[in-house]
Design a protein around this ligand. Sequence first.
Ligand code: GCW
Length: 658
Amino acid sequence: MHQNGTMTDSGDFDAAWLPGTAFRAVGARRSLVRSGPDPLADTVRGELADACARFGGEVVRDGGAAEFLLEVTGGSPDDESYTLRRADGITSLTAPSGRGLLYGLFHVVRLGEGAFSGDLAPRTHRPALATRMLDHWDNVAVHPVMGQVERGYAGGSLFWSDGEARGDLGRVRAYGRLLAACGINAVAVNNVNVHATEARLLTDRIGDVAAIAGALRPYGIRTHLAVSFAAPMLLGGPDTADPLDPAVRDWWARATARVYEAVPDFGGYVVKADSEGRPGPFAYGRSHADGANMLAAALEPHGGTVHWRAFVYDHRQDWRDRSTDRARAAYDHFTPLDGEFADNAVLQVKHGPMDFQVREPVSPLIGAMPDTRLAVELQVTQEYTGQQQHVCWLGPMWSEVLRFRPDGEVPVGRLADGLVAVSNAGDDRFWTGHPLAQANLYTFGRLTWDPAADPRAVLDEWIALTHPDAPDRLAGGLHAILDGSWRTYEKYTAPLGVGFMVQPGHHYGPGVDGYEYSPWGTYHFADRDGVGVDRSVATGTGFAGQYAEPWAKLYESPGTCPDELLLFFHHVPYGHVLHSGKTVIQHIYDTHFEGVEEAEEARRVWAGLSDLVEPERHARVAERFAEQLRGAREWRDQINSYFLRKSGVPDAHGRTIH
Ligand code: GCW
């Protein structure tokens, strides 16, 4: 056993944040579980039995003496809360449901010996958000361009392989267990771009979905399905998908009833409609509320929810047309519909107005529809943040989003009903390709439970669980590598919130003009005089005016706009002086040199931890660092030389720009 205790339990895949040793404290106790028939309480019993088998404790029968008492007190099965206390040498965990008991058990695991010493005053814990979901952009059949997992950087899908459901439900169950341990309670198992094979999951292939749901259920996770708005037409129903056509509504009602026969606790549908070429209600002159409400009506009798994505914009734009602004689109399309969505329809809004860039303002749509249920969508898979080749811990970015107060008062984390993210997990041995990207998945889960949590404290938890008994040097090293890694990535990629500058298609690596002149609406407008997008109300696209105060005013002027978002909101000359005191052009040069230096330093730190990390994990990360360094230098050189050529302004420090 290596010192950090992260040897895998099964040998097939990494134990991530649940290595056997994380259960040492609970496994060494005599435990008693009291509950009526409840499958989740059975899961808890099973967890305890496994831990006891390893560490010498015992799960005793009712009547026996126990130091760890767990009890389902009854109440709503959907109540996910739990109460933990310790007095008179007994640690007790009570919960209205087995679900809560399971979350409580994982809490006790996090506390370790701390849960079994001294007294703990009773404290009730409950998730801040009801829906805590991961979306998988997994294709059932390998897509000719996007492969098995769209924007997947961790091998194949956990659920599907080459057109078939994977037989290995053990791995799916282990995934559910990891997710429950960080607070996730919902998973959508297929890509929001629903292609022909995937469409059939709704009907004749619902058995595949039921099998996955069966493996996730013991860990309190409800299964959701992405569906095509054109499903009736694709699957032998009416020859239209008009949401107000009674035959279409009837088709959905019947199809949905059959889904619930197969999966009684099915969570609901996720829909990408009228977005990047997907079918939607616009084809019938209907609104997105009409579309969402039709599906909501089909789900309502069964207790299901439709997550309707707000990622609707014109992807056939003309670069010369400076009045169309992709950033405006979601707000413009959806705010007129506030109050029209059904109670079981949730509008799923990407956290930024564009598309998961390393830096964006918070979407102005968030908070702008007070009478519509809201889920905020994040991207754990690192499409635009290094594709799990680069270390980029996104906790601080997500925390900034969740703490942002759209009206100056209530933070995003309290406005939302749910938090959703695109998963970064796949069938890779380490789950996430880059072993350190596990921290992103864990952090996302914990932030769904408590959006106000300090991400650094969450990282501490992840480190302690993943590496029980880790000496301070390992924890310190991991913090040194991860804490600032998002800002480091930002430094060597697209500057000051301008976004994109990636290679078209796969989105990896620098391509300063990769999306300039393209139809996708993602431009930086750099010329010999300046760079950035004028989104002011006074002279630009008016996007800044979509915000409530104090933000609209703050973003409107380059004098008050925060440096890190300057080029998102304004087109400025290269000599424009930032709040930092530097010119824009010098900021670009400096950050790109610094970013590479910081990545080099992170790599050195990792190299110095080789005696504390098991060899396979260490080697995998070391390989990724080699690629990160290559990539970071390439970014630095491409961006710096592009702007040197465009601006003609030399680096004030006379460094060589390649
Ligand atoms: O960022 C873009 C991705 C697409 C994705 C789309 C979306 C699933 O490049 O791959 O499609 O966003 O969120 O729908």
